[in-house]
Design a protein around this ligand. Structure first.
Ligand code: SP5
Ligand code: ZN
Length: 341
């Protein structure tokens, strides 16, 4: 399988996030991508190629230009305000406050970002932009006839909505790629999100759309981040009604139960007859993940990867979460090798 990778991911190297009331080192770190790339190479998965540059236009097909501009300039504004450490918000326009963008960068962070765990640093824009180009290059290669491509994106993307970032995500790489596949001629694109966390950003972007189906297997938002989206009764709206499929599961879920949900999502995707599949590939469902609570073993990733090949669709794998850094390469590449087996 072809892998697309940009070394520019290393420019997103945040120091700290707010977690359970404490400032802790970022779980989402450059070493994650290095470990995956190392495994791609040692397993001889296939060629590794750099991204092409498609510019900002395909990003703005799914994101508000004002969010994109904020991400591109936030660090400069933060510096101009006299700060040199990571930029995190600490207050938000939640209910009964007014969602009007203020002038001060400290407030603008809360306007655009929904958590206190997604630091903007000097290199954030460079890294997030590169990750989007990695996804776009993967989509282009798929449109050109490739059977499957691995977009080794970092930072991840599925929590980023049209006009909000958060959850370690700035630009929604999978959504940008799905839209690019549509724009290159695929009439229907399915996005299957297997990250431990609900893909709230991808859901929001395609919620009212008849041309993109979104299916997500994740920890129940009653118990887990992102807490405020991902329930089973969110089924899409208007032209998108019935094309948003959420499979929330309790903490502690084992592979057997998880696979039952995957089979259900598989049947729905198969019956819808899409032209292409985008897999938001988070491997934080691993039993050893430090911030997650599903119980998949490394071999299980190979098993479900192999099942996904049964859909017989051109498939773009887009890397999302996974924080057990020592195992992240094995788990991610197991899915890809299972797919090719
Ligand atoms: C892309 C992705 O996987 N983003 C995940 C963002 C999760 N951020 C919140 C993590 C909160 C962890 N709290 C539990 C820590 C263990 N006590
Ligand atoms: Zn996740």
């Amino acid at each position: 399988m072809l892998t697309i990778f940009s070394d520019d991911h290393r420019h997103q190297d945040g120091k700290a996030e707010l977690c359970d009331g404490k400032i802790v080192p970022c779980f989402e770190m450059p070493r994650r991508a290095r470990m995956i790339l190392e495994r791609v190479r040692s397993q001889k998965l296939g060629p590794v190629e750099p991204p092409q540059d498609f510019g900002r236009a395909p990003i703005e097909r799914v994101h508000a230009p004002a969010l994109v501009e904020f991400l591109a300039t936030a660090w400069d504004a933060w510096q101009a305000a006299g700060f040199s450490h990571d930029a995190l918000p600490y207050t938000w326009p939640v209910r009964r406050l007014r969602a009007l963008e203020p002038d001060a960068i400290e407030g603008r962070l809360g306007y655009w970002c929904f958590d206190a765990a997604t630091p903007i640093t000097a290199g954030t824009w460079k890294a997030a932009y590169a990750a989007a180009q990695v996804a776009l290059t993967g989509a282009a290669r798929l449109s050109a006839g490739e059977r499957a491509v691995f977009a080794l994106c970092r930072p991840p993307g599925h929590h980023a909505a049209s006009d909000l970032y958060g959850g370690y995500c700035f630009l929604n790489n999978a959504a940008i790629a799905a839209q690019a596949l549509r724009d290159a001629g695929a009439a229907r694109v399915a996005v299957l999100d297997v990250d431990y966390h609900h893909g709230n950003g991808t859901q929001e972007i395609f919620y009212r759309r008849a041309d993109v189906l979104f299916a997500s297997l994740h920890a129940d938002p009653r118990q887990e981040f992102p807490y405020f989206l991902g329930h089973a009764d969110e089924r899409g709206e208007g032209p998108g009604e019935g094309l948003n499929l959420n499979y929330p599961m309790p903490q502690g879920t084992c592979f057997g139960k998880w696979m039952e949900a995957l089979e259900e999502a598989y049947r729905r995707i198969d019956a819808w007859r899409p032209d292409a599949l985008v897999v938001s590939l988070g491997v934080d469902t691993f039993e050893g993940d430090p911030i997650s609570h599903f119980k998949l073993a490394s071999a299980d990733f190979h098993a479900y990867g192999s099942r996904l090949a049964g859909l017989r669709l051109p498939t773009l794998f887009v890397m999302e979460g996974g924080y057990a850094v020592e195992a992240i390469g094995v788990n991610a590449v197991n899915v890809l090798q299972g797919f090719e087996a």
